[in-house]
Structure formats: structure tokens, C-alpha cells
Design a binder for this molecule. Structure first.
Ligand SMILES: C[S@@+](CC[C@H](N)C(=O)[O-])C[C@H]1O[C@@H](n2cnc3c(N)ncnc32)[C@H](O)[C@@H]1O
Length: 270
């Protein structure tokens, strides 16, 4: 029986209370809002607690099924083989994990890790329903502080997760640490469309259709407005490439998909 290693939710009276604000505290963006850094994770958590139950349906509706192709390319480029150890961080409902589990076989291992227990529970139930078990572990973890040994994984993936992380540089360094030398990181994320015409169409689609679809299907326009805003605030292709190199990755490359709406970055641990 697959278990999830769950951590308690932070209460308002806890140490490091995210509701306490120090005037000197740096701020960061939550979509287009500026918020104290200590509050971003909690706000992101609210979004994913809210969308978890209908996450897969909304993925298909909003991307017109395209997310399946973007993920298929990620799997191809990962080069995952029989016996590998793979970490799918921010793995959510487990699309990548499911495919990796069949590629690594019974001698390999896949860890689906996510900070959000609602997403993890939907992911675990879904994978168990599909008969995936045995070589998959479910772990509640923050990408910034991965609770795994050094030099442990052959491949680490983060799909549509990095833009939600408060300290992206810390997360990239944490992913580097847990990879074996020669291991590969794949970052699948929304990015910057390469043509102005596509950008205009995409803006109209994101800021009008996405919140409307969120309201009609999940009665939650705000989460889908955050989705559109967080995509615009995420580093573009070359900025993310530079961040991966700064974190210590080598041979960093990226591939644009769907005109740059999505990009897949890959880097190797020296
Ligand atoms: C848009 S979903 C992507 C899920 C899945 N990877 C996919 O492609 O369908 C983003 C996921 O990132 C997770 N997440 C956000 N911040 C995180 C963090 N700091 N560490 C780990 N996971 C995080 C969320 O809980 C959510 O499940």
C-alpha cells in the first residue's frame, strides 16, 4: 500500500508564522501582486488546495490536450531507463510519474514529491486506480529543501512547478544536490511566446478565457487568474537558462514548444 509522508500544515500560532510580517522582509510576486516572501507559499498552497479535485480536467480544457504532448517530449528527452531512480518534484497528479514508473521497471524507483497534500492525495489515488504501485513513493516536500541524500537520482523533473516556487535559485541548487554526477534536470514550464502576434492572441486567451473557464468549471476564477499572471512573471527562456547555469548545471539547453508558450530546459550535473 503506497503511503504519503505528510507534514503538518502550519498553524497561525506556529514559529515562522507566515502571517507575521517584518517591515524589513523582502517581497516577491504572487501573480501580479507584491507579497512578503513568507506569504507566497501559503497563497500558492491555497490555489492548489482549491484546484486539486478538477486539476486534470482543467489541464485538458485549458491546453486543448496539448499538455500531453509537452509531457511526452519531456519523457523522451529525459532518457529514463530501466533501473533508474527518478524524482518528479511538484509532481501533482502524477502524469510524468506514471510514465516514468513503467520506464524504470521493478528495479528502479520514482518519487512523486509535492508540497501540497491535496495534490499529492489526488495523485496517489489516481495512480493507484491506474495500477501504478510498487516502485513509486509519494513524499510531501518543498522543492527548495529536498529531503533526499546527495547524488541520489539519475533524473529530476519539475513540470509546471518552478514558477510557483518562492526562491527558484534555492530550488535549482537543491535539485542539483540530489542528482548524481551526470544526472539530468528537466524543467518544463510556461515561457515567452516567440512572436508578437502569438503573444497578443495568448494574452487575450489567458486573461479572458482562463479565468472564465475557471469560474464555469470550478467556480474559482481567482486561481486561474493567478495561473495567467504567474506565467507572465516567470523568467523567460534565456533568463531561466542563465539561472540553471548559475546554480551549477552544465550543457544547459532549451526547446521551445507551441511557439514558445512552453519551453523545456535541460541541464546536466557535472
Ligand atoms: C501546475 S501543478 C503541476 C503538476 C504536474 N507536475 C503537472 O505537470 O501536471 C504545480 C504543482 O507544483 C506544486 N508546488 C508548488 N510549489 C511547490 C514547492 N515549493 N515545492 C514542491 N511543489 C510545489 C503544487 O502543489 C502543484 O502540485
Amino acid at each position: 500500500m503506497a503511503t504519503i509522508q505528510i507534514q503538518p500544515r502550519l498553524g497561525k500560532g506556529d514559529m515562522n508564522d507566515p502571517h507575521k510580517r517584518h517591515d524589513s522582509e523582502p517581497t516577491t510576486h504572487f501573480g501580479f501582486q507584491d507579497v512578503p516572501e513568507s506569504q507566497k507559499a501559503e497563497k500558492v498552497a491555497e490555489v492548489f488546495h482549491s484546484v486539486a479535485a478538477k486539476y486534470d480536467l482543467m489541464n485538458d480544457v485549458l491546453s486543448g490536450g496539448m499538455h500531453r504532448l509537452w509531457k511526452r517530449f519531456t519523457i523522451e528527452l529525459s532518457g529514463v531507463r530501466n533501473g533508474n531512480r527518478v524524482l518528479d518534484i511538484a509532481g501533482g497528479t502524477g502524469d510524468l510519474t506514471r510514465k516514468f514508473a513503467s520506464l524504470v521497471g521493478p528495479t528502479g524507483e520514482v518519487v512523486l514529491a509535492d508540497i501540497n497534500e491535496s495534490m499529492l492525495k489526488v495523485g496517489r489515488d489516481r495512480l493507484l486506480d491506474k495500477g501504478v504501485a510498487g516502485n513509486v513513493k509519494f513524499v510531501q516536500a518543498d522543492a527548495e529543501k529536498l529531503p533526499f541524500p546527495d547524488n541520489h537520482f539519475d533524473v529530476v523533473t519539475i513540470a509546471f512547478g518552478l514558477r510557483n516556487v518562492t526562491h527558484k535559485e534555492d530550488a535549482l541548487r537543491s535539485m542539483l544536490r540530489v542528482l548524481k554526477p551526470g544526472g539530468r534536470l528537466l524543467v518544463l514550464e510556461f515561457s515567452k511566446p516567440s512572436s508578437d502576434l502569438l503573444s497578443k492572441f495568448y494574452d487575450a486567451y489567458s486573461f479572458r478565457f482562463m479565468p472564465l473557464a475557471g469560474k464555469l468549471i470550478t467556480n474559482d476564477a481567482d486561481s486561474y487568474r493567478y495561473l495567467a499572471e504567474s506565467i507572465r512573471m516567470h523568467p523567460d527562456q534565456d533568463t531561466l537558462k542563465a539561472m540553471m547555469i548559475d546554480a551549477g548545471f552544465e550543457r544547459v539547453t532549451y526547446h521551445n514548444m507551441t511557439g514558445g508558450i512552453v519551453a523545456l530546459h535541460r541541464g546536466i550535473k557535472p
